[in-house]
Design a protein around this ligand. Structure first.
Ligand code: ADP
Length: 518
């Protein structure tokens, strides 16, 4: 009965003829009174999973969302189709907030959006107790977990709030980016049974992933933009300075480019965003600050000029391509120097207790850049999918270079790591293997090892890349810390013992990255 109403609402209020994958199950589960978790990719249609139950159920549904800038848009869209909704966040003054709380207590709203920080206030919890709340929707639910990529302490208060309400509401948690560990954490914290997990496939069949290594990035971008002049696309860069430099460069080439980062004034940022949304500028150069809640469907490519900090961010940003279902490209331009930049940023910005987890996530991002297996499959496995297949269309699937047996080189590297005591980093190991006369090498007596200089015909950068490749193959593992150290994994030991072989595609000749590369 309730579900029939849900179906009617889909058409009458939202104007859609059918549910998308997962929406129906999520709504059914919520209407059956179950706490539910809904994991869907960005753009998968999560909002409806709580908005429709909110309309069907009596009372006011509370929506907790950290994305303050999106609340107003969401609320406006609901009000426009005749659903009474409002929000309370730091953009309102005291009187405005109080007025809305009062109205909510009178039952004037079907949905009330709040920022998580509200839950830190006892007074606000008392206000909630005077409302009739059938459902609490927790958007961006990965913020609950220390293992997520965006932990927010206020999210830890949600369950306390839910328990304190006189009529205990149901909970629906929604996220686009939960690894199995984060998912478990969400379910445990919010008391959600595992069987009430609705997880839709993360595969985006119209996206083609590739990683470009060892090329002059600016050169690559210029060529790419020339070839795709008529298409809309985003180029993500790591820092504000990178954005400004790249923007200036491209402008000089007469490319119709816009830019966006948090260091710009509000007015300029909004007008730049508008130019891109209205197709007046075809390319947007931006930091990761750009894109949340942007619903531009015809983005044909997303280029990453630098390495993002983790797979969650990468997939979210790359996933902004091809929302219309048409074929689109996601290209990451990799240079090993970027790993240092990201390490530095993690070290500067994170809460000390999270550094280790963030460095591990960064390493998985680096592994993505070095794997020779299917890139789409790598992503799906990262997000916990088990029944995966190779996509047949990514840069690695289409790579026609032949494979070489590199077992012997892998054994050289691993036996050197073992001889060095498995407590040093990649760079020093590469120096020992290439026979460097570096002071640290001689001071430690590593020039006396039998593995000293056994790869001296190669450059230390080449050996370093090879070590990264062995890490991506899980033959070598990393112990994260201020100075990451490498050691041989059980799988690596099998290679050392000659039980397994290692193959690697022929490497391309590395072209120098230009010095003034932004
Ligand atoms: P998410 O929160 O998962 O990123 P949204 O809820 O913002 O996604 O939905 C993404 C887009 O898909 C929106 O433009 C929305 O209007 C549209 N959408 C959602 N559900 C449906 C549906 N059943 N049929 C067609 N379009 C839908």
């Amino acid at each position: 009965m309730l579900f029939e109403k849900a179906q009617q609402l889909l058409e009458s209020h939202f104007g859609y003829s059918s549910f998308r994958n997962g929406q129906e199950l999520a709504i059914q589960s919520v209407l059956a009174g179950e706490n539910t978790i809904c994991v869907m990719p960005t753009g998968g249609g999560k909002s409806i999973c709580y908005q429709i139950p909110a309309i069907v159920l009596p009372g006011t549904t509370i929506v907790i969302s950290p994305l303050i800038s999106l609340m107003k848009d969401q609320v406006d869209a609901l009000v426009q189709v005749g659903i009474p909704a409002t929000f309370i966040n730091s953009s309102l003054n005291y009187n405005e907030a109080n007025q809305r709380i009062w109205e909510a207590k009178q039952g004037m709203y079907k949905l009330l959006y709040i920022a998580p920080e509200r839950l830190d206030s006892r007074e606000f919890i008392e206000d909630l107790k005077q409302m009739d709340i059938p459902l609490v929707a927790v958007d961006e639910a990965h913020c609950i977990s220390q293992w997520g990529h965006d932990f927010r302490p206020s999210y830890r208060h949600i369950q306390q709030m839910v328990r304190s309400l006189p009529q205990k509401p149901n909970v629906i948690a929604l996220t686009a980016t939960a690894t199995p560990r984060v998912r478990e954490d969400i379910c445990e914290t919010l008391n959600i049974e595992e069987e009430n997990s609705i997880i839709t496939g993360f595969e985006r069949e119209n996206l083609t992933f590739s990683v470009i290594k060892g090329q002059d990035r600016l050169h690559f971008v210029r060529d790419y933009l020339k070839k795709n002049e008529k298409e809309a696309g985003i180029i993500y860069a790591a820092t504000r300075k990178n954005v400004d430099q790249l923007y200036e460069r491209l402008k000089k080439e007469n490319i119709n480019v816009a830019r966006y980062h948090a260091g710009m004034g509000d007015a300029e940022r909004i007008s730049e965003q508008d130019r891109f949304l209205k197709d007046e500028a075809s390319v947007m150069v931006a930091t990761s600050a750009f894109g949340m809640g942007i619903d531009k469907s015809n983005i044909r490519y997303v280029l990453h000029f630098q390495l993002p900090k983790n797979m969650e961010s990468y997939y979210q940003e790359a996933g902004r391509a091809g929302r219309d279902g048409l074929e689109s490209e996601c290209i990451l331009l990799y240079s090993s120097q970027d790993v240092q930049v990201q390490r530095f940023l993690i070290d500067q910005s994170s809460d000390r207790s999270r550094i280790h987890a963030e460095l591990e996530k960064l390493q998985q991002m680096v592994d993505y850049c070095h794997t020779e297996n299917c890139l789409q499959e790598f992503i799906l496995k990262y997000f916990g999918e088990t029944e995966t297949e190779t996509c047949g269309r990514c840069g690695n699937c289409l790579d026609s270079r032949s494979s070489n047996d590199v077992t012997k080189e892998a054994q050289m590297v691993m036996s050197c790591i073992i001889r060095m005591g498995q407590r040093f980093g990649k760079t020093l190991t590469a120096q020992v293997l290439t026979g460097s006369k570096n002071k640290k090498v001689t001071e430690m007596g590593f020039d006396k090892l039998t593995t000293y200089g056994i790869m001296k015909e190669k450059g230390s950068k080449e050996v370093s890349d090879f070590i990264e490749f062995l890490i991506s193959q899980e033959l070598i593992a990393i112990e994260q810390g201020q100075f990451p150290t490498i050691f041989v994994s059980p799988k690596g030991k099998d290679v050392l013992l000659g039980k397994e072989q290692v193959h690697r595609r022929e490497t391309v000749k590395v072209r120098e990255i230009s010095k003034d590369d932004p």
